[in-house]
Design a protein. Structure first.
Ligand code: IPE
Ligand code: MG
Length: 227
């Protein structure tokens, strides 16, 4: 979800105005995704690198997380959505950590669409943590080095609940991955659009999914094999 700041700036408004409108785009996107029958949506809300932003902006974003978690979780629960927060939560303040845990607990048994919020998340962080967990198990001889395969690595990631990514959408015209889920992006179709995140919504999601269904996904095979 990129471009909140530039969207606001283009209107002569402070960056925070963009973040607030970004929340509305999240609402629209989640409801459109559910209508389309998408089973998992992962939103990159805050990266491990976003702490480098000015203190006031970080504080406002944290405040926004708390507010959104407080106001939205009941609605998500009513819709049978399962909310998961992925990332290193230990760096958030106690109140926010509590809200995150409550939101996850409330929706944990829901069977509908899974919504992952990546917060203080980095793809490299995720892989590094998985490696540490595996190394500890090898050290204690719970695992042998020969047990390490792709599935085992996947199962040790914070994102182990997400399947391989089918479609990655990045808004705001930037053409990079910026340390988002790296491992499961191996065969993702990557869609870059120029519009900023606050302008994203049902129509943009439908356009992206329409583009996606027309892609021929070969996974290393030839097109003859696929057809
Ligand atoms: C995305 O918008 C929201 C977050 C990363 C929290 P940005 O804040 O990155 O907006 P730009 O890229 O500066 O326009
Ligand atoms: Mg940005």
């Amino acid at each position: 979800m990129d471009g909140n700041g530039r969207w606001a700036k283009a209107q002569g408004k402070p960056r925070i105005f963009g973040h607030k409108n970004g929340v509305e785009a999240v609402r629209k996107t989640i409801s459109a995704a559910a209508k389309l029958g998408i089973s998992v949506v992962t939103l990159f809300a805050f990266s491990s690198e976003n702490w480098r932003r000015p203190e006031e902006e970080v504080a406002v974003l944290m405040g926004l997380f708390v507010t959104v978690l407080s106001t939205e979780v009941k609605k998500l629960h009513k819709n049978n959505f399962c909310l998961r927060i992925i990332g290193d939560k230990s760096r958030f303040n106690e109140n926010l950590q509590k809200k995150m845990a409550q939101a996850e607990q409330m929706t944990a048994m829901n069977t509908g669409m899974v919504i992952n919020i990546a917060a203080n998340y980095g793809g490299k962080w995720d892989i590094t943590e998985a490696m540490k967990k595996i190394a500890i198990k090898v050290q204690s001889e719970e695992l042998q080095p020969s047990d390490i395969d792709e599935n085992l690595i996947t199962n040790h990631l914070a994102t182990s609940n997400i399947p391989e990514v089918d479609l990655l959408i990045r808004t705001s015209g930037e053409c990079r991955i910026s340390n988002f889920v790296l491992w499961q992006l191996a065969y993702a179709e990557i869609y870059f659009i120029p519009i900023c995140w606050p302008d994203f919504g049902e129509d943009s999601l439908i356009e992206a999914v329409t583009w996606f269904v027309d892609r021929e996904r070969r996974f290393g095979c030839t097109d003859e094999q696929i057809s």
